[in-house]
Design a protein around this ligand. Sequence first.
Ligand code: URA
Length: 270
Amino acid sequence: MTNREELAALTSAVRRTVAEKRSRYLSGKGTSPTSNKPPERLTSLPPAAAAPTNVLDAFVDDPSLSKSDRLVRLQNHIGDCQRCPLGASRIRLAFGVGNPDAKVVFIGEGPGYAEDRQGEPFVGPAGQLLDKILTATGLSRGPVNPPVNWVFIANMVKCHPMIDPSDNTKRSNDRPPTPEEMDVCSPFLFAQLRIIQPLFLVTLGNTAGRALLKTEEGISKFRGRWVDFRIDGLTARLLPTYHPAALLRNPSLKKDVWEDMKSLRAELDK
Ligand code: URA
């Protein structure tokens, strides 16, 4: 088989799986084996019916609901998402984790192997390094005592982008999300940002930095420089920095990330 034939066979296998999952889902005959059940504490509100994205406007900015209730509504709206082909192969959707009222949101590219299993962003080796970076900056992924600045962590896409989507048990099967996958998923990231209303965003790595800054440049050209970031319903300041996975491969980048985190700390302390 040529590469082109292999790719065509793979694409049609993924399409078949998506179609089967969709028809099972629509006919109500059982949920898919890869469905991402929200944790117990997130089931208190009725699920929002599947509907076009602009249905988000109905609750995303609703001041009569708490931020955490609006995030629950959003998670229920996303549901067992099959809006792009990543839904067919992912095990668990990683919605995002952290403080619904965070001042800072960290944004990576997409879940990897560990995140796909746990349904939470940045829990693998890169995530462990991110946690150390957060601690060193006086930030945290969860509430801690004594309290420090509790952040929110999300990704450009919520499902694991795989090189080989036919086998979701493989390791080292990660790739960056495509622009099309990010176009489908980013309205949900933007809805999270509109709900949380952070003052600061930190993009981790090339993919998130390029996508949110709408640039083709490499991360080394734009990291460490604050920019104003605007989407409907949110104005924030955005700081691009390197991805923790890049630091694992190339520890000499750590000093730049440390400079960036000092700059973030200084903004938070103003
Ligand atoms: N890399 C990312 O960009 N996001 C994750 O959640 C994990 C690894």
